[in-house]
Design a protein around this ligand. Structure first.
Ligand SMILES: C[S@@+](CC[C@H](N)C(=O)[O-])C[C@H]1O[C@@H](n2cnc3c(N)ncnc32)[C@H](O)[C@@H]1O
Length: 295
């Protein structure tokens, strides 16, 4: 069942936290000349018009990106990311970013993970994208097809990831960002990441999960406690103590295997600032927890 459309949620507090973490990892990968690859298993449609009807219907971005953009005093790396988003204008790139004359755009725009990565790629770096929703896939295809560093697959991101391990370029990141519209996604995501890590133990893996009242996140975290990764396994959570309306997230989590050096401290500083700046269902906190200590 593919009922989820990211356009309703793009730029919310969970996106900001996840994309700031992605930005930190990409900045780290760019420190060395050696090429890197990014595999984005649940890519979405690439970029989002925050002036669209979808975005207006939930207004979620106003409590996330909207508040962060207007606030002062963001940590340096987050400010860099926010400036990057503010400057992101697919319409200025026209056809190259899949802008069609027949469509109407209002803006402001928000880059999804494919375009955050794409703008950080160098000539020899590679981006692999998987997306299963027919319409989201078509939008994404139209938007990325002119970039030779990007490879797009209309494929299940769980089995697709395991099938392409290890990647030809052995430095890099897997981002798994499922929509969890069915409960089996928790198990599928955990299994796929564990199997992929088995075949690529030096890769960095970042798995997003929501914090809902159902408590499935606890099971997901505990299924990684036995991984013997020398780089360690950590979780970063931005969350309110209490839930919102039924089915609404009280918080957002990232499980990261082999995070870059000092990523935990950098993300904690960013997450704490977001907790004090964005609007969650109640007073919010950021926390870092190591499931497996780095050796
Ligand atoms: C949360 S959204 C992705 C957002 C994107 N990663 C970003 O940060 O901009 C999840 C996406 O996964 C897609 N999807 C759902 N199940 C999938 C599967 N099994 N394989 C690949 N994509 C899937 C959905 O259609 C949706 O577009």
């Amino acid at each position: 069942m593919l009922s989820y459309l990211h356009g309703f949620h793009a730029g919310n507090f969970a996106d900001l936290h996840k994309h700031a973490a992605l930005w930190l990892i990409l900045a780290h990968l760019r420190k060395k000349k050696k090429p890197f690859c990014v595999i984005d298993t649940h890519a979405g449609s690439g970029w989002y018009d925050l002036g669209s009807e979808q975005a207006a219907k939930t207004g979620e971005w106003k409590d996330g990106y909207g508040l962060a953009k207007a606030a002062l005093g963001a940590p340096d790396m987050l400010q860099q990311y926010l400036d990057h988003v503010a400057a992101f204008d697919p319409v200025a790139h026209g056809w190259d970013y899949g802008v069609r004359e027949m469509d109407e755009y209002t803006g402001p725009f928000y880059p999804g993970s494919p375009f955050i990565v794409r703008e950080m790629l160098r000539e020899d770096d590679e981006l692999v994208l998987m997306e299963l929703h027919p319409r989201e896939y078509e939008n994404l295809r139209h938007r990325v097809k002119r970039d030779p560093r990007t490879h797009l697959h209309k494929r299940d991101g769980y089995e697709g990831l395991v099938g392409m391990m290890p990647p030809a370029i052995r430095r890099g990141l897997v981002l798994m960002d499922p929509s969890y519209d069915v409960k089996q996604d928790y198990q599928k995501a955990a299994n796929a990441v564990r199997q992929a890590w088995d075949k690529w133990p030096t890769g960095t893996f970042m798995l997003w999960y929501p914090l809902l009242e159902d408590g499935f996140d606890a099971e997901l975290r505990s299924s990684f406690a036995a991984i013997k990764s020398t780089g360690g396994v950590m979780c970063a959570e931005l969350a309110a103590d209490q839930g919102g309306a039924k089915g609404r997230m009280r918080g957002t989590g990232l499980l990261v295997i082999n995070p870059p050096w000092q990523f935990d401290q950098q993300l904690d500083e960013i997450g704490t600032w977001l907790a004090n700046t964005c609007k969650l269902p109640g007073p919010a906190k950021h926390s870092i927890h190591w499931l497996v200590a780095a050796a």
